[in-house]
Write a protein that binds this ligand. Structure first.
Ligand SMILES: [Fe+2]
Length: 255
């Protein structure tokens, strides 16, 4: 059977644009053949190690998002990253308590927010939340915690408000023992991400919003290895004695 050609103009356009800019880039950098060969070997190690999603999410995803959204209204997206997991537990009752161990380490966090639309108020938005634990690890990936620890989904109320009870996330390092770490250190970067909460919003008639929340005063805000920080995604962590409080509002883009 012969394969029929199904042209996708986006593929050709993207490839031609890439080659055009690649030529300028190569004129500028003047790589020698040994450098090219070293790159090919590194890229091969990257693929074999399974780190292509990690590398692209850390070093490329933020630029894709920034290009598309920097001048548009609504909350700025930030990277999805490699630690998202579908089908997290559905939390029915507000305040929404993130699944956690009996003795979950870390500072208790009460987070309040509101989700609206570029068109105005918005009721009943689906929200997915995931974060690291007090050891800087993610359930389902590198944490010994049960699957879906500190992951959950819920729906905002009729005014778009929600309240989550969880723990305060901490800064963590991206994996450093493979080709991604090799690149990170060869470039002279550190491997830290500032503390953040991952959050995803879905509502009919609106573009899905995937973003992150960061905290003022974090040591790594300026030099986040993944470059995910945006001014509008920063909030204050307020000390309330036995817990911390933070708040941020989000605006989805109407389609
Ligand atoms: Fe993360």
């Amino acid at each position: 059977m012969t394969k029929t050609s199904t042209t996708n103009p986006r593929v050709l356009g993207a490839y031609e644009g890439f080659v055009k800019h690649l030529k300028n880039f190569l004129d500028e950098q003047q790589f020698n053949h040994e450098e090219y060969t070293n790159f090919v070997k590194w890229a091969d190690r990257l693929g074999r190690s399974g780190e292509i999603p990690l590398f692209l999410d850390v070093f490329v995803e933020t630029h894709v998002l920034e290009s598309k959204y920097k001048d548009s209204p609504g909350t700025e997206p930030s990277l999805l990253g490699p630690y998202y997991e579908e089908n997290s537990p559905v939390l029915e009752k507000s305040p929404f308590v993130m699944p956690q161990r009996d003795d979950e380490p870390g500072d208790k966090l009460v987070f309040t927010g509101n989700v609206s639309s570029t068109n105005g108020p918005l009721a009943h938005t689906k929200v997915e939340w995931w974060q690291d634990d007090a050891d800087g690890l993610y359930s389902n990936y590198d944490s010994p915690a049960p699957d879906f620890n500190l992951r959950g989904q819920f729906v905002t109320d009729e005014n778009g408000d929600f309240e989550v009870h969880s723990i305060v996330p901490i800064p963590y390092q991206i994996p450093t023992d493979g080709p991604t770490g090799e690149f990170t250190f060869a470039a002279g970067y550190h491997a830290y991400r500032p503390a953040h909460i991952h959050i995803k919003f879905e509502h009919e008639g609106h573009e899905t919003l995937i973003t992150q929340v960061f905290f003022e005063g974090d040591k790594w805000l300026e030099t986040d290895v993944a470059g995910g920080v945006r001014e509008s995604l920063l909030t204050k962590l307020e000390d309330k004695g036995d817990h911390k409080e933070a708040s941020l509002n989000f605006v989805m883009r109407a389609e």
